[in-house]
Design a protein around this ligand. Structure first.
Ligand code: DGL
Length: 269
């Protein structure tokens, strides 16, 4: 273990929703320094073509590499479902997506082999979660649904009001007749809606938070490769974005669960 372990962890997302992953990383690995990049000028990724998502993801990864990081987390379900395998192939350092950790946790949590997956449109329509779940457990039955309206509701801070409840009810009622005992929250924004989603699906359905499972996976990889930061000082979090939209700090702090000291704007052009 040398200086390598003292380097920061790089995290990118299409916007600031990926701060839910940073929140979990900070929870598990408080002494790790984190460099976060949110591509706020170009979000959402969930409606873009695969070529564009890959091109943006490569640029985001290069930016983090310039910050001298030791591991990169693709904290975006869209980029994880479209671009991750290419990034892993092209890159020498570990690159971790949010999709596989969530799929693994779901496969081990289900008792009846019936799993629900929700996310934004592209990751759900891409079938990436299905493919990952079937690879882990071939006979698994999957119900999946894009729930795009959860994204603006979480950004608005409408975490558990009547409108959010009714939206969740209308999306998730079919899950009961399918009989899933696990539901994967396959979008960066959804962990904020855990209470309302839990109320709708009932306590017999285990909610799998991809952000939390990703932090578990990062901890495992760092330990395995001798890359865990040996220091005991609290790691800093550096937040970079490609645009500074209205209310970014307020929304970002809701996702991160703590104040953001500084938000720096960067441009790739
Ligand atoms: N961060 C994205 C995800 O997890 C949601 C927002 C977007 O579509 O860019 O899929």
């Amino acid at each position: 273990m040398g200086d390598e372990a003292k380097k920061p962890i790089g995290v990118f997302d299409s916007g600031i929703g990926g701060l839910t992953v940073v929140r979990e990383l900070v929870e598990r690995l408080p002494n790790e320094e984190i460099v976060y990049f949110g591509d706020t000028a170009r979000l959402p990724y969930g409606t873009k073509s695969p070529e564009t998502v890959l091109r943006f993801s490569r640029q985001n990864l290069s930016f983090l590499k310039e910050k001298n990081v030791k591991l990169i987390v693709v904290a975006c379900n869209t980029a994880s479902s479209i671009a991750l395998s290419t990034l892993v192939e092209e890159e020498e350092m570990p690159v971790v997506g949010v999709l596989l950790p969530g799929a693994r946790a779901a496969a081990s949590a289900t008792r009846n082999g019936r799993v629900g997956v929700i996310g934004t449109t592209v990751p759900i329509r891409s079938g990436a979660y299905e493919a990952a779940l079937r690879e882990i457990q071939p006979g698994i039955e999957i119900w999946s649904l894009p729930c795009p309206l959860f994204v603006p509701l979480a950004e608005e801070g409408w975490l558990d009001n009547e409108i959010t409840y009714l939206t969740a009810k209308s999306y998730l009622e079919p899950l009961a007749s399918f009989g899933a005992d696990v539901l994967v929250l396959g979008c960066t924004h959804y962990p904020l809606l855990t209470d309302v989603i839990g109320r709708v699906v009932g306590e017999d359905v285990t909610l799998v938070d991809s952000a939390r499972e990703t932090a578990v996976e990062v901890e495992r990889i760092l330990a395995e490769r001798g890359l865990a930061n040996p220091g005991d000082a609290r790691g800093e979090i550096h937040v970079y974005v490609s645009d500074v939209p209205y209310l970014i700090r307020e929304v970002g702090e809701r996702f991160l669960g703590r104040p953001i000291e500084r938000i720096e704007r960067v441009s790739f052009q």
